[in-house]
Design a protein around this ligand. Structure first.
Ligand SMILES: [Zn+2]
Length: 292
């Protein structure tokens, strides 16, 4: 019988669960709003428990940095109190399944690398541009998490400007502080005195989008010069701005990437909002194959 993974995706606003097959097929998808941190695990187990019997292993993707033991090393402001939680330990005792825990951007990246836009790539860089900027480096479908779980954090690469903007991590002038959705809205407000949502700024074809996209393209080129990927996948809400964002981003990328990586395609993500769930399940199933 084909083994299935019980997959869970814990985000700032919702928790999703489902069953994932080795080919990435998702079934039995269900969701619930994310409660305050002390109640998150209880909500996860309530949502997931009906699926346990059909699963061989559990994969949990979650907001926050996940250490090698499956604990939350640090979490975003969206999940106050989530840091320090032993997710793997709690899930294994509550669900009685071996459990793999990983960061949600890493999970979404794994899905794009295994069954999504980068399925034909050996080395893939996946970048999600939304309210923050996250990413994942995958080699042969597997996420490279790094020693502390931080690898792929492309939003925290430097992008110095004259403005000097503080990043969510506290440092000055990381790319997330210039090219994430809220950063583009803030730049538009500063330039025009008008507060508009991102989609509207995109429709107006404002130069603040070109500026953010150009910086993002330069940072992508730097990252690609370092890891030399076969493909780069662009995901996240900001990427929905389409050509207004992607054209200047690609131009800046090609101008700054070395000859090898400059040929790497920049592809739109193909899995949408289920990517995190599918990737958590596929990562868990790969541990089953390797007996680890
Ligand atoms: Zn930062």
């Amino acid at each position: 019988m084909t083994p299935l993974a019980l997959a869970v995706d814990i985000g700032g606003t919702k928790i999703a669960a489902g069953l994932v097959a080795p080919d990435g097929t998702l079934s039995e998808r269900r969701r619930t709003p994310t409660p305050a941190a002390p109640a998150i695990l209880r909500a996860v187990f309530e949502l997931a428990r009906p699926l346990v019997k059909r699963a061989a292993i559990c994969g949990i993707g979650t907001a926050g940095t996940v250490d090698a033991l499956g604990r939350i090393a640090s979490a975003t402001d969206l999940l106050t109190g989530w840091a320090g939680t032993d997710v793997k330990g709690a899930a294994e005792s509550a669900l009685a399944l071996p459990t793999v825990v990983l960061n949600d951007c890493h999970a979404a990246g794994a899905a794009e690398a295994r069954v999504g836009a980068a399925r034909d790539a050996r080395t893939a860089l996946i970048v999600a541009i939304g309210t923050g900027i996250g990413g994942a480096v995958c080699v042969e479908g597997r996420v490279q998490a790094g020693v502390s779980g931080t690898a792929g954090s492309i939003g925290h690469l430097p992008a110095p400007t004259d403005a000097g903007v503080r990043c969510s991590c506290g440092a000055l002038d990381h790319i997330e502080a210039h090219a994430a959705g809220p950063a583009i809205e803030r730049a538009y407000l500063e330039a025009t005195g008008q507060a508009l949502p991102l989609a509207e700024i995109g429709r107006l074809g404002s130069h603040v989008i070109t500026d953010a996209a150009t910086l993002m393209g330069r940072v992508l080129a730097g990252a690609a010069n370092l890891i030399d990927p076969d493909a780069i996948v662009i995901a996240g809400g900001v990427s929905m701005l389409g050509p207004a964002l992607l054209r200047p981003m690609k131009a800046a990328y090609r101008a700054e990437a070395l000859p090898g990586p400059s040929a790497a395609p920049l592809l739109p993500a193909s899995l949408g909002e289920d990517a995190g769930l599918v990737g958590a399940g596929l990562e868990a199933l790969s541990h089953l194959e390797n007996g680890s």
